[in-house]
Design a protein around this ligand. Structure first.
Ligand code: NAD
Length: 494
């Protein structure tokens, strides 16, 4: 125990007092990395930064552990527990890395510059400038899809960033307190306490589960008056929720939601959103369609990803991207098709895989390996050039043979480093929390698939997510949040 505490204390000390970093070297190539999400941060983690002048640009100066974001909407987890400052991450690198908190507003491919814009509240003398690059990694993610449906942007909450989760948390309590206001009509109370989630993907399902937990564990105890009217509805256009999971786990999720009295409305496509109700088109069993008006207090919109304008603009500059719709088309080394020395990772890149954190993380790690290898190759090639000069100047045959041996050795090394294969995704499985201390998992370990759901899976889900947290600091904070909520309940203040 004592040894363990000592080791932990030392590793924390080491993290807080890293070694001096080497300064940027203008001789080296400038590698610009856009974004601080799963793709970019996993690249940064494994990249040998001494090989390049690395510059990171993102409007978010932290990494966000998104799998636990739904838990922030109910205050089960405090948002700071799942944020890791990018400065902390960069501080651990051997060579210093520049970070600009800014949004990349335009990438000019021909000129090889990125235009960056500091859109924080406090403005310095310069808040807009350009950043030249030799190499560029784009990991800016995607934005929320609204499909141009009227009213969505104005009236619903999304669930992508920290402030989205905070908005939802406030809105839940707003709805409840307003419903409890003196002389409120029954219909209005019902409307305000109707929590509607649009989109039956993992985001929508996990949020609905967390919200129902909040109601069962805390809300109905603190505010018993809401008991009979608080209700969650999950709306999905397709015939079932969680299409990426197996049939068995879909059934398990649907029956758990039934037990929890969360309504699932499948084959229901939202067409219009106002401040008080949504209008949805329902496909009836006989194929006919009806339009229904559903009043709501809180509306959470979780219908997946759309391409960001900066990406769409770049796609317009590159002829090879003409036929791509959903994002940047990349080759098997994640090079953006038709763009030299530009790579894309995560949700802004189109691969054969779903746009998940797992995929983005592996893509980032792959690029780190690729860039480390490229630097190594450059180094060997330089040495080879030097050696062949030595060879031509060698006086005796013995000298020449010795140099020749060394050349052969280097050439062997070069072949080995150049052998790096293309990106291959290794799927570790899908996991989703569905509420009521239950989770579903499709896990592809070793051989065969394990599909499981239930409390044991939930414990596995908790420990898996805990171990995936970015740092020990995050891990400790998340574990403490869980304990805190168990002991004291969630905080219901607005
Ligand atoms: P998604 O794309 O997986 O699901 C969106 C759902 O919204 C779809 O099922 C779609 O049919 C439905 N939809 C679209 N328009 C609609 C409309 N007008 N009315 C009703 N329904 C409509 O989106 P997501 O859940 O945000 O997930 C995005 C990505 O992130 C996915 O690849 C997902 O696998 C991944 N993800 C994974 C996890 C996890 O593994 N636990 C958690 C969150 C997200």
């Amino acid at each position: 125990g004592l040894a363990l505490t000592g080791a932990l204390a030392y590793s924390i000390y080491e993290l807080r007092h890293p070694v001096e970093q080497t300064e940027p070297d203008p001789e080296k190539k400038t590698l610009v990395i856009l974004g601080t999400g799963w793709g970019s941060v996993s690249l940064l983690k494994k990249l040998d930064t001494e090989n390049y002048n690395v510059v990171v640009v993102s409007p978010r100066n932290y990494f966000l552990f998104t799998p636990l974001l739904p838990s922030c909407t109910t205050g089960l987890i405090e948002h700071r527990s799942i944020m890791e400052p990018i400065r902390n991450i960069l501080r651990q690198k051997k060579a210093s890395v520049k970070f600009y908190e800014a949004e990349a507003t335009k990438i000019d491919y021909e000129k090889r510059v990125v235009y960056i814009n500091d859109d924080s509240e406090i403005k310095g003398d310069i808040s807009q400038t350009e950043l030249p690059f030799d190499m560029l990694v784009i990991g800016v993610g995607a934005e929320n899809a609204t499909f141009g449906i009227p009213g969505v942007k104005d009236h619903s909450c999304f669930l992508k960033e920290v402030n989205d989760a905070q908005n939802i948390r406030k809105r839940i309590m707003d709805c409840i307190e307003t419903a409890m206001f003196k002389d409120q009509s029954d219909d209005e109370v019902k409307r305000l306490l109707h929590m509607v989630v649009v989109g039956g993907g993992p985001t929508g399902v996990e949020f609905a589960g967390e919200l129902q937990d909040f109601f069962n564990d805390d809300l109905k105890k603190w505010i018993p008056e809401i008991q009979h009217n608080f209700h969650i509805t999950l709306v999905e256009a397709l015939p079932n929720v969680l299409p990426m999971f197996s049939k068995q786990l879909i059934d398990y999720t649907e029956s758990t939601f039934k037990e929890e009295s969360i309504s699932i409305r499948t084959k229901t496509m939202v067409k219009n959103v106002t401040d008080k109700y949504i209008q949805a088109e329902i496909t009836n069993p006989d194929g006919s369609k009806t339009l229904e008006t559903i009043p709501y207090g809180l509306l959470v919109w979780a219908t997946g990803n759309a391409v960001r304008p900066v990406i769409r603009d770049l796609m317009g500059q590159i002829p090879a991207q003409k036929d791509s719709r959903r994002g940047l088309a990349v080759n098997e080394y994640l090079v953006v098709n038709g763009a030299d020395n530009v790579w894309a990772v995560g949700d802004c890149a189109i691969t054969n895989y779903a746009p998940t954190a797992q995929v983005a993380g592996q893509e980032g790690a792959f690029l780190a390996r690729l860039f480390n290898t490229m630097a190594k190759t450059d180094e060997i090639e330089k040495e080879l050039a030097k050696l062949s000069e030595q060879q031509s100047q060698a006086k005796s045959g013995d000298d020449r043979n010795q140099v020749l041996d060394e050349i052969r050795e280097r050439q062997k090394q070069l072949r080995r480093t150049k052998q790096m294969g293309p990106f291959q995704y290794s799927h570790q499985g899908s996991l989703a929390y569905i509420g009521k201390e239950r989770a579903v998992a499709d896990i592809s370990w070793l051989s065969g698939n394990i599909a499981s759901g239930g409390t044991l899976t939930y414990l596995f889900w908790r420990s898996a997510y805990l171990s995936m947290c970015f740092s020990s600091r995050n891990r400790v904070l998340v574990a403490m949040d869980w304990v805190k909520a168990r002991v004291f309940g969630r905080d219901v203040s607005r």
